[in-house]
Design a protein around this ligand. Sequence first.
Ligand code: TXA
Ligand code: MG
Length: 318
Amino acid sequence: MATTGHDIDKAKAYLGQGQLVAIPTETVYGLAGNALDEAAVLSIFQVKNRPSFDPLIVHIASTDTLPILVKEVPALALRLAEAYWPGPLTLLLPKQSLIPDLVTSGLDTVAIRIPNHPLTLRLLQALDFPLAAPSANPFGYISPTQARHVAEQLGEKIPYILDGGECEIGIESTIVGFPDGKPLVYRLGGLSIEAIEEVIGPVNYLPHSTSSPRAPGMLQSHYAPRKPFYLQEKLELQPGASEAITGYLLFDKYLEGVPREYQRVLSPTGDLVQAAQKLFAFLRELDTLPVAEIRAEMVPETGLGRAINDRLRRAAAR
Ligand code: TXA
Ligand code: MG
């Protein structure tokens, strides 16, 4: 059973022995292991029940480590890194052979980011290897944004959870790659398209797909609660429409005529940053309420709203 605490030395000791530790980041909690140790990486896939074709993100403390991990950094990637690292940005870069193929699922690019969380940055600085870390949830389930979420689901399988409080951004990093030298967003996330375009100009982004060979992890059904989950443009109460007891995930207003305990409002002021921060915790709460199904509405398709809607669509895709 995992212990939870703030002890960086303990986390460092476990990681140095090839064991896994859950780490806080500003986006979501990660399930971390030594990225250069194949056995540790293999156990990440096993603990998460993750298929081996879904590659991992490698976390580093500083760009000084880049030359041993990647062959080159395109100019546009460098500009993004300078603007937004540490932060919710992951870059796909051509990998060096030091990184085990298991980490990248055999791809010739590796996903890299510098997370922006003081505890994890200190841990990474104390280690002499980078950390491979997917989100610390069983494969396909909602990502954890609190240490408690990790303990509930993976607590039996790992020795230690580094508790860094509630994640500030609450939604996974934005993944940017450079196929044919042009920037392409592979996964919408905690860094908005607008913020990226401010630095490097217009970018395209991939809509999610079930089987894109370029982004094997962009599986459509993902981030999903266990309860039946339905998504619509806007929620309005239709009396008698459903016999089932329903839990509601709303953007900025409660529904009249439904007990409030069955409702979660992402941001009463309509703030998309706050909505992103609450999204996964509220989905988990709704999933554990005594309701038979969950209904959610979309948020405005701008800023972090795009990433929120992406997660909601994937949760509804089954
Ligand atoms: O915010 C985050 O990114 C969190 C924290 C812990 O850093 N991590 C995270 O990891 O969300 P994970 O494993 O849940 O999602 C990583 C995504 C997957 O969809 C995977 O397919 C994609 O990154 N990915 C990793 N390497 C890739 C590569 N070389 N090419 C394309 N996609 C890649
Ligand atoms: Mg994940």
